[in-house]
Design a protein around this ligand. Structure first.
Ligand SMILES: [Fe+2]
Ligand SMILES: [Fe+2]
Length: 163
């Protein structure tokens, strides 16, 4: 991509399609991970976040509409890299416990990426005086933070089982 942004608003608008794309990819990845997870708590946690992730995409559609734009996606290389490495980790796990541990690890990476992305978007929306849009993006951010926290709380037990 070689677009030149001359204002913060242009930069902000340029980032939305990348995050919208990412939410759709992560929804698909969460579906695969919950299907491959063995631990019931992990499985249900991933399913819960799958539903939240679908809502994140819908919330982003609302943001597009409020800005008078049609929702559009753009391939996000970071997201694709995270999804690909998560799949590789999942496939190379030779036991159920190792697969669960890999899923937790990959999910933590994804959630932290999303947190960083939304923190950036919220900061930009606030700087642009887009209070309502900042609020919608903060809603997504909070669910990424809660999910990251739940996964991190579960991680030691998952690692122990895999050890
Ligand atoms: Fe999300
Ligand atoms: Fe997420």
């Amino acid at each position: 991509m070689s677009t030149t942004f001359n204002t913060l608003e242009e930069k902000f608008l340029g980032q939305l399609p990348l995050v919208y794309f990412s939410e759709q990819q992560f929804a698909e990845a969460l579906g695969k991970m919950s299907a491959n997870a063995t631990d019931p708590m992990l499985k249900s946690g991933l399913q819960k976040h799958l539903e939240e992730t679908k809502q994140h995409a819908t919330n982003l559609e609302t943001v597009f509409f409020k800005l008078g734009r049609k929702p559009e996606t753009e391939k996000c290389p970071i997201c694709l890299g995270l999804v690909a490495s998560g799949e590789t980790a999942m496939k190379s796990a030779g036991t159920d416990a190792l697969r669960d541990a890999s899923i937790v690890g990959s999910s933590v990476l994804v959630e932290h990426y999303e947190m960083a992305a939304y923190k950036g978007l919220v900061a930009q929306a606030e700087a642009l005086g887009m209070t309502e849009i900042a609020g919608i993006l903060k809603g997504n951010l909070q669910q990424e933070e809660q999910t990251a926290q739940r996964l991190e709380n579960a991680a030691p037990m998952m690692m122990q089982k895999a050890a």
